[in-house]
Ligand binder design. Structure first.
Ligand SMILES: Nc1ncnc2c1ncn2[C@@H]1O[C@H](COP(=O)(O)OP(=O)(O)OP(=O)(O)O)[C@@H](O)[C@H]1O
Length: 642
């Protein structure tokens, strides 16, 4: 077996391991679990009641349901698949289940697109509930794609797999392109590389370097040349962001995917919406109406059944069949027409397996946030590619993996990371950074990016008057101790959380509450652990101890590092949480996660953490050294004494 096939087969094995682990974790939560426990886990809402139903885009049935027990937890998110059930006597069988996809979740209600034409009768029952489902289909598509790459049937795929992960060199032409005045030097270099690449190119975009701006420009240059383009990203949110920017740039984009998974703002770019706006849609609607009318007539013959009625009924059914055929052709024509007018197709990585794209190939497939997609998922759009362009940063968060073993064996290494390491010349690093004041960027620049980044001119204005840019407030010796939340096993540190809130409260007062409001300056509070996030949220939003902060609720975001990827805030505080005598720092040791955390701030970055626990780790030791060198080191004792 050749080396590439061997590597791909190992990838397939790891994917199956991950699939099993994911399913096992799901089953552990679900099967043999009482309704009460499922409610506690937040994977079932019960009881619920149907508040409203309506017909949405693409004539799909939407139901809005309400949670009656409002104290319940919730792990429901938009885009997830769910199943409704009833616990009422006589309805509790498995036949009485209907699936759907969540459009929107609010605190006590959600809107679901139902996979049914009408609301089943049993959904009127009083003891209705809704379960979260396991997403098996994505794994199947990933498995299918990997198998295709292992035994490629088409010549181009055979070549691409050897170029991307094998020994074959990537080819480039040497035509020169006119530089865009809207792009900086390295952004133009990246677009030049993409234009010249015959097989693959990579935009390596560190935080705040205009990766999206460059990508949109490269896509627009490709469509100007008349090339067919598919744009993908691992998550629905990332695809939606791109579609929004492409549409703003005047590029006609078709967003493929279930409308329930698409943001409200870009629903107009979906096939359903474009079909509904098509000039022939009225005819299609008329045909559908006729079908319903004939069906209704045919059903009237149910009771009295003589030969004449039978003949009449058959005629009606024949007519329905004929109209259905006509409607199908018209629908196909509408889709064909929409596809003809589309310059760019957009979907998630897994969504690229959509039947709408069956048999299609694309001159260029662009994959954004490629450093966050599992390798198997990334191959799905590449099956349709003549050339592939990755954009992302493999030095920020990798994809989330459930199986510890599979991650250790290499499942977390993305295809983009493999290519950038094996074929460094296909990548172009964006070097000009527009977000952070130079001091904030400094550590990450040296540690992760070989000192190649530059802070753009605009960042010179990124500061708060009379405030230092960097602060590490060392909690060593203060007796703060991290502990584990019993239910979630996540870590929190209540004393540190309390200190962080007090400190932030004072800081905002010092800079000037009115200035924050006037300038719309934003504030972020990061904690690496969800338990610490919950703790901080409850201190700020639910207690009355910090009225200044509470009054700022719409300017303050409190979240984990993962929740902040891709975002920025003017002022950023990080509660590092870990403080123990064992020097245990858990997943804080993941440097790429920390890279994301320390590169979100524009004007000021404050770290709150225990040096005696953290600096045992070489990364934190260097980071602390950097803060000291910049005059940003302070001890918590300075604040406790006052
Ligand atoms: N050539 C440029 N000249 C001036 N400003 C630019 C340039 N390129 C990007 N920017 C600005 O930098 C900011 C970040 O740009 P963009 O959203 O494209 O970055 P990104 O790299 O995708 O961000 P992220 O860190 O989220 O990945 C935006 O405010 C954008 O206007």
């Amino acid at each position: 077996m050749d080396k590439v096939t061997e590597e791909l087969k190992k990838g397939l094995k790891l994917l199956k391991q991950e699939w099993q682990e994911d399913l096992a974790q799901y089953k552990k939560k679900f099967l043999n679990t009482s309704l009460a426990d499922k409610k506690k886990e937040g994977i079932t809402w019960h009881p619920i009641q149907v508040k409203k139903t309506k017909i949405g885009m693409g004539e799909r049935l939407l139901v809005e349901i309400e949670k009656l027990d409002q104290s319940q937890n919730s792990s429901f998110h938009s885009g997830k698949s769910v199943a409704f059930f009833s616990t009422q006597d006589g309805y509790a069988s498995s036949e009485n289940r209907v699936n759907g996809v969540i459009n929107q979740v609010k605190k006590d209600s959600m809107i679901v697109t139902l996979q049914a034409d009408e609301l089943p009768d049993w959904m009127d029952s009083s003891r209705l509930g809704v379960d979260l489902l396991f997403d098996e289909a994505s794994y199947r598509e990933m498995e299918f794609a990997l198998k295709k790459v292992i035994s490629p049937e088409n010549q181009r795929l055979k070549e691409l797999r050897e170029i991307l992960i094998g020994d074959r060199a990537a080819a480039f032409s040497d035509l020169s392109r006119r530089a865009s005045e809207h792009l900086n030097f390295s952004q133009n270099q990246a677009c030049q590389k993409i234009a010249n690449a015959k097989d693959v190119a990579i935009i390596h975009g560190p935080p705040g370097t205009g990766k999206t701006t460059t990508l949109i420009r490269a896509i627009s240059e490709a469509t100007d040349k008349g090339l067919s383009v598919l744009v993908c990203a691992p998550s629905n949110a990332a695809v939606d962001l791109l579609v929004e920017k492409l549409t703003d740039s005047g590029i006609s984009t078709l967003r493929l995917g279930h409308p329930a998974r698409v943001e409200e703002k870009i629903l107009n770019q979906t096939l359903d919406a474009k079909t509904a706006n098509h000039e022939s849609y009225r005819d299609l609607k008329k045909l559908r109406k006729d079908i319903n009318q004939y069906l209704k007539l045919a059903k009237q013959y149910k009771r009295n059944f003589g030969p004449e009625e039978r003949r009449q009924r058959k005629l009606l059914f024949d007519e329905v069949g004929r109209i259905r055929e006509a409607a199908k052709h018209l629908e196909e024509y509408i889709s064909f027409d929409i596809f003809q007018k589309t310059q760019v197709f957009a979907s998630t990585l897994v969504g690229a397996s959509s039947h709408h794209l069956r048999g299609m190939t694309f001159d260029v497939v662009f994959i954004d946030e490629a450093a966050q997609g599992l390798e198997a998922a990334t191959w799905i759009p590449i099956l349709k590619a003549k050339k592939v362009v990755f954009a992302g940063d493999h030095l920020q968060l990798p994809p989330t993996i459930k199986s510890f073993e599979a991650a250790k064996e290499g499942l977390a290494i993305t295809l983009m990371e493999k290519v950038i390491q094996r074929k460094p010349l296909v990548a172009e690093l964006l070097q000009m950074q527009y977000r952070m004041k130079a001091e904030i960027m400094g550590f990450s620049n040296e540690y992760f990016y070989g000192g190649k980044l530059l802070a753009a001119e605009n960042t010179k204005q990124h500061f708060f008057e009379d405030e230092s840019i960097l602060e590490w407030i060392d909690t060593a010796g203060a007796g703060y101790t991290d502990r584990q939340e019993e239910e979630s096993l996540s870590t929190f540190n209540p004393e540190e959380a309390l200190f962080a809130c007090k400190y932030l409260n004072e800081l905002i007062k010092r800079i000037g509450i009115s200035k924050f409001k006037e300038n719309g300056w934003t504030i972020g509070l990061i904690a690496p652990y969800s338990a610490q996030v919950r703790h901080l949220r409850s201190l700020i939003f639910e207690s009355f101890d910090f009225p200044n902060l509470k009054a700022f609720a719409d300017l303050i975001t409190i979240d984990t590092v993962d929740g902040f990827q891709g975002q920025e805030r003017d002022l950023m505080l990080i509660s590092l949480t870990r403080s123990n005598e064992r020097g245990e720092i858990g997943f804080l040791a993941d440097e790429r996660r920390m890279n994301v955390a320390i590169t979100r701030a524009k004007r000021k970055l404050v770290l709150i953490g225990d040096s005696s626990t953290l600096a045992v780790n070489p990364f934190f030791d260097s980071l602390l050294g950097y803060f000291e060198e910049k005059g940003g080191y302070r001890s918590v004792w300075e604040f406790l004494v006052n």
